[in-house]
Write a protein that binds this ligand. Structure first.
Ligand SMILES: Nc1ncnc2c1ncn2[C@@H]1O[C@H](COP(=O)(O)OP(=O)(O)OP(=O)(O)O)[C@@H](O)[C@H]1O
Ligand SMILES: [Mg+2]
Length: 474
């Protein structure tokens, strides 16, 4: 292409451009519902009559010189003059209806920003209606989803839901109430089914974080590869697999509230290190991002495995264990608080019957006595399951021995597991004896003379044995 040809073409472009600039403003002005021009300080320098009228200024001159938001409350023109960047298509809500708007920065010959121009492109927004309908529907869905999430995250249980008035249960609730006033990490220990989850909810509900979410992650239920994103979130494209969408992590969802880390013993080593960092520095990063986010959550962790032993075996980081274990609560197994059995059965039967008018079940005294003889390896959860099955099978509303006993595991599972079988005969026997004495005491609410009677030994003998085994009666 010759030099000549190029400049001719530029000449053509120049005139076209000149013509376009002249007509563009006029045609946009014609077609648009409103046009407004602001200076670099977001003060209105010009507004057309129709637009001014929409916002209650019968005379457009009265709007001149005002800050743009004084005239157009939701205007984002200030952002355009501040950033220098256009907003090519936006939706603006006004009290008089929805407008589709375009906002462009205005620059002088030296490319200095002098202001911005905004067009409200569609009045009735008819031509945009499919898009706007979608926008409105998504906004509504978002509000509804947020509400239901907030609902779901509100604590399910309070301290009243934790049934039991035995010495052990009362001491436990007292400890938990104090823990609710604190903000440090909390570790809940106890066999399966002892109510760790119930207690975690109750503690959250009684804490200053109660109005914020309680979010749970179950380490045992989520594949290791997904766990990090579950914790900290992930940016779009951070995964190579099918799930390329970004996701919000539970740390962020729980912001201001409580994060319940269930089955913490199953946390893989890589994540143990990352969790430790959040506990120490209160900071984390989403997967695929290097933006540091601040964390404001209270951690409640729970486990039914013996975490201290996992530490000894090198399966759980000692430093993380000590961080979590600063404040720890041990939930007693049901067999250590058998005096709560009647109260628990009553509450669970009422809960299981729900609102059904027919449902008012109770246990006969004999049936209750048989339940008190059982070992309850599955604790309150097992009790609940058994009562639930008994209700389904029973013909009458009074559950008797025959209704419950067949549902109990025929032989109580061995009280000592493989680990403990390795112990010496003496320590196994001492363990057995200690457990036997604790059970008897729990069954008698810590009353030594009754416990001695129950065991068929003398009261003095029992005192001696308790002292030797370092068991406090109460
Ligand atoms: N003190 C209690 N009062 C009333 N219900 C209880 C109590 N403890 C436990 N439950 C009931 O027993 C069941 C198991 O409780 P929960 O899920 O809290 O146990 P867990 O300690 O978390 O067990 P796991 O270690 O197996 O997860 C639930 O149905 C719960 O409602
Ligand atoms: Mg649990």
């Amino acid at each position: 292409m010759s030099e000549q040809g190029l400049s001719e073409r530029l000449g053509d472009y120049g005139s076209v451009r000149h013509w376009a600039i002249q007509s563009l403003f006029e045609s946009l002005e014609d077609y648009s519902e409103g046009t407004v021009i602001v200076d670099a300080g977001a003060r209105i320098v010009w507004i057309n009559a129709r637009y001014a009228d929409r916002f209650g200024f019968a005379d457009p001159a009265a709007a001149i010189g005002r800050q743009v938001e004084e005239v157009i409350p939701n205007s984002l023109m200030r952002e355009v003059v501040t950033s220098g960047r256009p907003m090519l298509l936006d939706i603006m809500q006004t009290r008089q209806g929805t407008l589709v708007v375009t906002r462009l920065p205005l620059k002088d010959d030296q490319d200095q920003l002098v202001g911005a121009i905004g067009f409200a492109l569609f009045d009735e927004v008819q031509s945009m209606s499919p898009l706007l309908a979608k926008f409105a529907r998504l906004s509504e869905e978002l509000v509804a989803t947020r509400e239901s999430l907030a609902q779901a995250r509100r604590a399910k249980y309070t301290f009243d839901s934790f049934i039991g008035s035995s010495e052990a249960a009362r001491a436990l609730k007292h400890q938990a109430e104090r823990a609710a006033q604190m903000d440090s990490p909390l570790l809940l220990l106890g066999e399966t089914g002892t109510g760790k989850e119930v207690l975690a909810h109750a503690i959250h509900a009684a804490s200053r974080r109660a109005h914020k979410p309680l979010v749970t992650i179950n380490m045992a239920a989520i594949p290791e590869t997904l766990l990090e994103a579950e914790f900290f979130g992930a940016t779009a494209g951070a995964y190579t697999g099918a799930d390329r969408k970004g996701r919000v992590g539970k740390f962020q969802l729980a912001d201001g509230g409580t994060l319940f880390l269930d089955e913490i013993g199953d946390l893989p080593p890589a994540l143990q290190a990352k969790l430790l960092r959040v506990l120490q520095d209160k900071e984390f990063e989403a997967l695929g991002s290097n933006k540091v986010q601040h964390s404001d959550v209270r951690i409640i962790a729970a486990t039914s495995v013996r975490l201290a032993e996992k530490v000894e075996r090198g399966e759980f980081r000692a430093d993380l264990f000590y961080r979590l274990n600063v404040l720890a609560i041990e939930l007693p197994p049901l067999r250590d608080r058998l005096s709560d059995l009647a109260e628990l059965c009553e509450a669970l039967l009422a809960e299981l019957a729900g609102n059904s008018a027919a449902g008012r079940y109770r246990l006969s005294a004999a049936a209750l006595a048989r339940l008190a003889d059982y070992d309850w390896p599955g604790n309150v959860r097992e009790l609940r399951n058994i009562l639930e099955r008994a209700i389904m099978l029973a013909d009458t509303s009074v559950l008797d021995v025959a209704d419950v006993v067949p549902l109990l595991s025929p032989a109580s599972p061995p009280r000592f597991d493989a680990e403990e079988a390795a112990h010496s005969y003496q320590s196994a026997m001492a363990g057995f004896e200690a457990q036997l004495l604790r059970d008897a005491l729990a069954a008698c609410d810590g009353h030594v003379p009754s416990a001695a009677a129950r065991l068929g030994i003398g009261r003095a003998t029992l005192y001696k044995k308790l002292a030797a085994l370092d068991i406090a009666p109460r």
